[in-house]
Design a protein. Sequence first.
Length: 190
Amino acid sequence: MTEHDKMVRGELYDALDPDLVARRNGVRGLCQQLNASAEEDGALRRDLCQRIFGAGGDSVWVQPPFFCDYGSNITLGRRVFFNFNCIVLDVCPVTIGDHVMFGPGAQVLTPMHPLNAALRRQQEYGRPVTIGADVWVGAGALILPGVTIGEGSVIGAGSVVTRDVPAGVFAAGNPCRVVRELLPEDRAGA
């Protein structure tokens, strides 16, 4: 099994494996091009997004700058929006549903590091993240490894999401907790 296979499966892997380093460098070069592109260069941005993301690059809207580790582990639904300065560290699969919106500075993080210092110097691992359709992630929110956010939920700005969030709720805080269920008027048009 390759280090890439171990990584995507959430097993301990060597992040300095030459193949993984080459993959990261490749997508970071694409992100640099995206981040340096002009607003009016929509065709270039679309091409770069299709090359960066594993799926969904044809309809994603990214407001640069945007950063990711591999890109190929990010699966997007239709019309996902990343506002300025979003980060997706995708050592494990990141699955994002249709019409999800990320506020400025939002981060989706899948990497984990062993508590044992000697092991941490050599290996890391990750946990996948899943975000359902029609979710709104507020500015500066952190979505941590292994989290699932249910369809139609709203994550408050600055929240640190450490555990699963059910569908149809407003959740906020550090750690992020359900504040209330969304009312029918909150869901109008969904």
